[in-house]
Design a protein around this ligand. Structure first.
Ligand code: C2O
Ligand code: CU
Ligand code: CU
Length: 520
């Protein structure tokens, strides 16, 4: 009967409408929820410690490592990698790792032309390595992933310091585990001196007017470190506060007009832009591999993981000022800045000037003489495309040599990041010159000797590198992204330096070269 059909139609119509309305509201609620969640994530994603804490902990200064000089003139250091506990906050013990202590390591110091040997004992429960970041040395002494030190074993690399005065550092480099080993506290400074820098009127009293500033970001879960990486943090672990030399909320009393800060970004993923709240200019005197030709006045210095800068700050009597890290507008797009750490800001280190300051000599107008290649005699160019999935399209493989360079030659390397996220690029063994940044001459902070450079998405840099070291076809050096999470994932490649016409030898998976002794 037609009547029933019509009733049925009307009913199904109204049911259809009801379903539509319900569906519609579900979609609307979901959209609101997603929007709300997004807003919540977005507004909660940037971190700032600016003005939030009073800095009441006296800055720890890593002790200078003891050493002895053997008959043949070799300076010998002893390092022991060990697990322990560190009290960062009152009465709370954090499980940590360190060299000759529970967290970080002593500052090693040697002079140009000096022979050094470091006897490293691995007192950890697992294998690791110690790499000399920024050091020009034979590949088998480099401490990369091929020089593993088993638990209980000792490794004694030795070399002759053959480069200018600089602020270098050391840290583990076990393939796939570097972020964890460094994040647990294994890192230290290695300062090199030379005659030229010794003769310059620069602040140089260690711990007095010449301060090591090892900056790391951390997050605590109770007493323990929380190394968890949040979703959307594709650069790796980002902490919610910083410490310097292992001191939270640190201050340092200073008694000189000019204070030299040896800034080392030892964080695993975070990039900083250091400066001062009152916008005062400071003098940049050195970069990764040593002094600039002349001091450069600036208000900000950006450092990505692994990079160093030596700056000199002028203090006014009785003042307190904060070394601060500011938001970075060149870090990437809004998304990267927000979720990748570029919008974050931190109070890093408070400097408290005495009422009366010891007068400092003015900075010399000429500092170092650059020993980095200018690239004019380059015999070869190479390209490196940075992707999180691997450099030049392939992830790191321990037994594959990616590039072979000839000893005594200069090359230009063009490094490009179009991966949509920030990366950086570090090369072992050499200090290179930045020839171009996006086709333009480099800014002052990239004119000195460099071993690590920051490349936000869209950046291209052209570098000049010279391979002077001894040839060793069987042992590779590394080049990699120093965002350690990326490095561990495989954003790393291997190069060997060979004699002319020599070929790269086959690499054994993780053979350990160098002077190994088994200990207990
Ligand atoms: Cu600082 Cu290959 O490392
Ligand atoms: Cu290195
Ligand atoms: Cu990277």
């Amino acid at each position: 009967m037609p009547g029933e059909g019509m009733i049925h139609d009307a009913r199904s119509m109204s049911r259809f409408k009801r379903v539509l309305i319900v569906l519609g509201s579900v979609v609307a609620v979901a959209a609101l929820a997603v929007g709300g969640l997004f807003t919540w994530l977005w507004t909660g994603a940037d971190v700032s410690t600016v003005g939030k804490a009073s800095f009441q902990n006296e800055l720890a200064i890593p002790p200078l490592a003891e050493s002895r000089v053997e008959k043949d003139g070799t300076r010998v250091f002893d390092l022991r990698m060990q697990a322990g506990e560190t009290e960062f906050k009152d009465g709370r013990k954090t499980p940590t790792w360190g060299f000759n202590g529970s967290y970080l390591g002593p500052t090693l110091r040697a002079e140009r032309d000096e022979k050094v040997r470091v006897r490293i004992r691995n007192g950890l429960g697992e294998a690791s390595t110690v790499h000399w970041h920024g050091m020009h040395l034979p590949a088998r002494m480099d401490g990369g992933p091929h020089q593993m030190i088993e638990p209980g074993a000792q490794w004694s690399p030795h070399w002759t310091v053959d480069q200018p005065a600089a602020t270098l550092w050391y840290h583990p480099h076990p393939h796939g585990e570097t972020e964890r080993h460094v994040g647990q506290g294994l890192a230290g400074m290695f300062i090199l001196d030379d005659e030229r820098s010794a003769g310059l009127a620069l602040p140089k009293r260690y711990g007095v007017d010449d301060l090591p500033v090892i900056v790391q970001d951390v997050r605590f879960d109770g007493a323990k470190f929380d190394h968890g990486r949040k979703i959307m943090q594709n650069v790796g672990f980002l902490g919610d506060r910083t410490m310097v030399n292992g001191t939270l909320n640190p201050y340092r009393e200073v008694t000189d007009e000019l204070i030299r800060l040896r800034l080392l970004n030892a964080s695993t993923a975070r990039t900083y832009a250091f400066g001062f709240p009152d916008g005062r200019a400071f003098s940049l005197i050195g970069t990764d591999g040593g002094l600039l030709e002349r001091p450069a006045s600036m208000e900000r210095i950006q450092l990505s993981p692994g990079e160093r800068a030596e700056i000199v700050v002028r203090m006014r009597p009785g003042e307190r000022t904060m070394l601060r890290s500011f938001p970075q507008d060149n870090y990437g797009d809004a998304w990267q800045r927000r979720f990748g750490g570029g919008d974050d800001s931190f109070d890093v280190l408070e400097l408290r000037a005495a009422e009366r300051l010891r007068p400092s000599a003015g900075l010399p107008s000429r500092l170092g003489e650059l020993e980095i290649p200018d690239g004019k005699d380059a015999t070869r160019g190479r390209h490196f495309d940075l992707k999180r999935s691997g450099i030049n399209g392939r992830p790191m493989a321990m037994n594959r040599v990616d590039e072979t360079a000839t000893r005594g030659t200069t090359e230009t390397w063009t490094v490009r990041n179009s991966n949509g996220m920030p990366h950086n690029f570090h090369v072992h063994d050499v200090q290179f010159r930045v020839l171009e940044v996006n086709g333009a001459p480099p800014p002052p902070e990239l004119r000195g000797p460099k071993d690590t450079v920051f490349l936000p998405n869209g950046a291209t840099m052209k570098l000049a590198l010279r391979f002077d070291g001894p040839a060793d076809p069987d042992t590779p050096y590394m080049y990699h992204c120093h965002l350690l999470y990326h490095e561990d994932e495989g954003m790393m490649g291997q190069f060997v330096v060979v004699e002319k016409e020599q070929r790269a030898g086959p690499l054994s998976g993780s053979s350990a070269h160098g002077d190994h002794e088994t200990g207990h």
